[in-house]
Design a binder for this molecule. Sequence first.
Ligand code: GLA
Length: 385
Amino acid sequence: MKKIKLSSLAVATLALISFSCGNDGSANSTQTDSATTNQSPMTNDFGEVDGKKITQYTLTNKAGDEVKIINYGGIVTSWVTADKAGNRSSVVLGFDKLEGYLAPPPYFGALIGRYGNRIAGGKFKLNDTTYTLATNNGRNHLHGGNKGFDKVVWDVTAAPSAGNPSITLHYLSKDGEEGYPGNLDVTVTYTLTDANELRIVYDATTDKATPVNLTNHSYFNLTGDVANTILNHKLQIAADRYTPVDRGLIPTGELKAVAGTPFDFNTATVIGERIAQVPGGYDHNYVLNGGKTTALRSVATVTDSVSGRQLEVQTMEPGLQFYSGNFLDGTLKSNAGQPINKHTGFCLETQHFPDSPNQPSFPSTILQPGQKYHTETVYKVSVVR
Ligand code: GLA
């Protein structure tokens, strides 16, 4: 860990400048180990990608909860919180070395774009033009293609500052990148509040009509230990319908009622209870009640009774991908060298529905020039007794 250098900031707020100047006027932060220094702008080197420096930023709140984020892929590499006994560990899967993220990725903690989830056949038609995207998942396009937003180096336009610590990342996705039309200018801000909420604000503009569907792909394991699966976690999702998929995980177009099926999580239910009835495990988009909203609302909660930790998800998005870590197979190893096995993490990806550009009945994901894409998601971790 070292102290943040002002020169590394493209935009430094006055608050940050005054905070960063020591009594002697030097540009050093006044970082201490006290749990009350939530303003602490801590950074450490995390390697290099595409000739660009990767830095890890640590956001710390008053409770001592700590979120680490790198500017490679905008990845949340860890989120350390206390369990009911006061033991601290990370509730997300991640690596403490860059190398972990350079292997073929399961998208741990990453920002996903330009389009979260699949676009069938890697093709869509917009304004009478058929666009061909990179196909990186069989014949389909997944999570933005070969080099999606999870694999690019983001600019850091504002770093952890006074008040709620936050970091703002920026990326310009060029016209034609991975086959998409238009220059898409994207900004994402992560903020950690004292209530242990990780707030993610996504903004984007374009100069040509293009699909946009941004999300974060954190895998949670509320036990804080990857040796445990998430199958005993209890999940509740406020969704009366979901989008059934074909064998390639492309929605059939139907919005199907969850009632009477293993997809019904309206009442909190243990994830493992009915998973055997779902071929391959859960990897489905839920049609959130209320559709797209302009204000955040709570859409899901997950509870682990052993650690006492609870995750609440709030979003403005109309969809939520519940993925039960089905493709994790023990090949990847945790920081401690343990195999990261099947179902040792779950994702709740706030989003528009998969394959929307080819599904006229789904809420539109097309961003037009002059429009502003704006969406927010909050992940809140607390302890319930
Ligand atoms: C999403 C998809 C899954 C899988 C994971 C990444 O959640 O829906 O099918 O591709 O990402 O492994």
